[in-house]
Design a protein around this ligand. Structure first.
Ligand code: RUQ
Ligand code: CUA
Ligand code: CA
Length: 609
């Protein structure tokens, strides 16, 4: 009865709405768009290009930090820097690389070269849970959990050097993350045998399980593999290869006019794993993806390609040769025929528009346009994909797929548009990550900041909105709608997630091993003094018990080179040898209370007799 009334009410409401819409359309026909704004205009109105004080940004930007080894979190469109997430680097601010927790992940290394940050997916768009980042320098993959925005796992990738392009599976969700090795090496890289024989080197396409961060398998190829992408169906991954020549010198690597876009078939890989069509090398399942195998096809693309990006409609993979003024469009729906041998790999190419000099990376607006960074021309070039395809079929003199060009300052590497690596690409903003800023900022010495420029791409013409100096050296970024990430982000850790969380202050001694369990609660640590002997191996485990959100405590041991931060309800530990006798004040480094300066305790190291 009640339901019936409700649905009647709804029906009446719908009828009234229909009448209104008809009236509205009529009025629009009479008065034109001034009365009834077109959809495009309505969309433009949504675009905020400024964020006044007190208001929040519409997007998160996750930027790699290049060889600073970190990931940066920015807000867009303000371009304000919120957080630097240490990953592979020593970070004195947070104590990353000092605590036992971080050292266990870092494996004794404090350098890294992060290039490509990509987030986890569900159904072709971000789910806001994880972010992955490569370390090209030491061949690792890290995962960052977005609820804490902290690194939670780092793994090493064997048989690989120059671990560069990475990409998560986009559909149906991220179960795999794939990685490329940009440098070829001998498979058993142990210095035995003829290591000068460049012809014997290989590259590998590595598949990592996104959940347990274990290596599923590697696909060995004779060429190098540079940038990476996945499709929107969970079927293929892509890798550019600029060294199809198998050269070891730059002139050898530039010998051919065409190199490859290598495409990997995931169903074939899964089948190969099931049928045990692999060798086990150092415990890793190694499939052979050489030309002619069923695992990979090699699409010939212009000289020394770099970026590869898949359009948000899932139809095309776009790559470009660094020394060819063109982009290459590969139709993903033709790949199955190429794998089946019904067509040649080259027949998957449906366009090759001329766009400008030094094309590197391409991004998309979700309205059929591509935006490619031109390193040599210092431009972002906007071009229409369908027009490029039409002109490839029916070339017309004096016609071009290029729609617009924007001069940037200067020498752009990556470019990325908002949500562009998802099926929800919204065509609002684009960031041009420029390697050189030259005259754009106050001079700070021989090495200037880089320049990340924010561009409005909502209209027909690109519009430069902002120059943002940045420290060494973001390569790539993704721009994620705030509503996707924000609900996952926590204000407070789950205290017992850390197995050693301290609930009771205590000192334990086992021979010369001393463990101190310590709480921190503004403005006091749970103990006021700790006494140990010179030569003891001392572990401090510190848990922040403060109820006030956002309140952190530091833990610095004077003259011991130890300092770290403990966030709300988090636990951090450190182990060291008490090799400096004497009194060492331990003090809190985060201004946490009016009596913050008094928040300290005595570490007394008694000298050996
Ligand atoms: S790659 S621009 Cu990793 Cu282009 Cu840096
Ligand atoms: Cu705790 Cu300052
Ligand atoms: Ca080449």
């Amino acid at each position: 009865m009640f339901d019936d009334r409700l649905s009647k009410g709804r029906r009446r409401g719908r009828a009234a709405l229909t009448a209104l819409v008809i009236a509205g359309v009529g009025a629009a026909l009479i008065a034109g768009s001034a009365f009834f704004p077109t959809l495009v205009e309505a969309k433009k109105k949504e675009l905020r290009t400024e964020v006044p004080p007190g208001e929040l940004d519409d997007y998160y930007g996750f930027f790699s930090g290049g060889h600073s080894g970190e990931v940066r979190v920015l807000g867009l469109p303000s371009m304000r820097l919120f957080k630097r997430i240490p990953v592979f680097n020593l970070d004195a601010g947070s104590g990353w690389g000092v605590t036992n927790e971080s050292k266990a992940m870092m494996g004794g290394l404090v350098t890294g070269d992060t290039h490509h940050a990509h987030a986890s997916y569900k159904d072709g768009t971000y789910d806001g849970k994880y972010l992955w980042i490569n370390d090209k320098a030491n061949n690792r993959l890290a995962r960052i959990r977005l609820d804490y925005m902290e690194t939670d796992t780092i793994i090493s990738i064997p048989h690989a050097q120059g671990v560069h392009g990475i990409f998560p599976q986009r559909y149906p969700q991220t179960d795999w993350v794939i990685l490329n090795s940009e440098f070829r090496t001998p498979l058993h890289n142990d210095g035995k045998g003829d290591i000068r024989d460049a012809a014997s080197y290989n590259g590998v396409h590595t598949v990592v399980d996104a959940h347990d961060m274990k290596i599923v398998c590697q696909v060995m190829v004779p060429c190098n593999l540079d940038l990476a992408a996945t499709d929107y169906q969970g079927k293929y991954s892509f890798a550019t290869s600029y060294n199809s020549e198998g050269g070891a010198t730059i002139s050898e690597m530039l010998a051919k006019d065409r190199d490859w876009l290598v495409v990997f078939d995931w169903d074939a890989i899964k089948d190969g794993l099931k049928k045990k069509d692999y060798k086990v090398v150092d415990g890793i399942k190694m499939l052979d993806g050489k030309p002619g195998s069923r695992y990979a096809i090699y699409v010939p693309v212009p000289k020394n390609p770099h970026g590869v990006n898949v359009s948000p409609d899932g139809k095309y993979a776009v790559c470009s040769g660094k020394v060819s003024p063109t982009a290459t469009v590969v139709a993903i729906d033709k790949l199955a025929d190429a794998f089946a041998g019904k067509i040649e790999p080259k027949d998957t190419i449906v366009a090759e528009p001329e766009i400008g000099l030094g094309p590197l990376h391409t991004t998309f607006d979700g309205r059929g346009n591509a935006y490619t960074s031109l390193f040599i021309d210092s431009q972002i070039v906007k071009w229409n994909i369908q027009k490029a395809i039409d002109l490839y079929k029916n070339p017309k003199k004096d016609d071009t797929a290029v729609v617009d060009r924007l001069d940037i300052s200067y020498q752009v590497g990556h470019t990325m548009a908002s949500m562009a690596e998802t099926k929800e690409a919204d065509g609002h903003f684009l960031v041009s990550l420029n390697k050189i800023s030259k005259d754009r900022f106050l001079n700070v010495g021989p090495l200037k900041p880089e320049n990340d420029q924010l561009v409005d791409i909502s209209g027909d013409k690109m519009r430069l909105l902002m120059d943002e100096p940045s420290y060494i050296e973001p390569h790539d970024c993704i721009i994620v709608r705030r509503d996707i990430v924000e609900p996952h982000v926590k204000d407070r850790a789950d205290m017992d997630e850390h197995p050693l969380a301290v609930h009771k202050n205590a000192i334990e001694r086992d021979g010369n091993k001393v463990t101190v369990h310590l709480t921190a609660n503004a403005p006091v640590y749970g103990m006021q003094e700790v006494e140990v002997n010179e030569g003891d191996e001392v572990t401090f485990i510190v848990t922040n018990h403060d109820e006030i959100p956002d309140l952190a405590h530091g833990f610095c041991i004077s003259d011991y080179g130890i300092n770290f931060v403990v966030g709300p309800f988090q636990t951090r530990s450190v182990t060291f040898v008490a090799n400096k006798p004497g009194l060492h004040w331990i003090y809190c480094t985060n201004f946490c209370h009016a009596l913050h300066l008094e928040m300290r305790l005595r570490l007394m190291v008694k000298a050996k007799a």
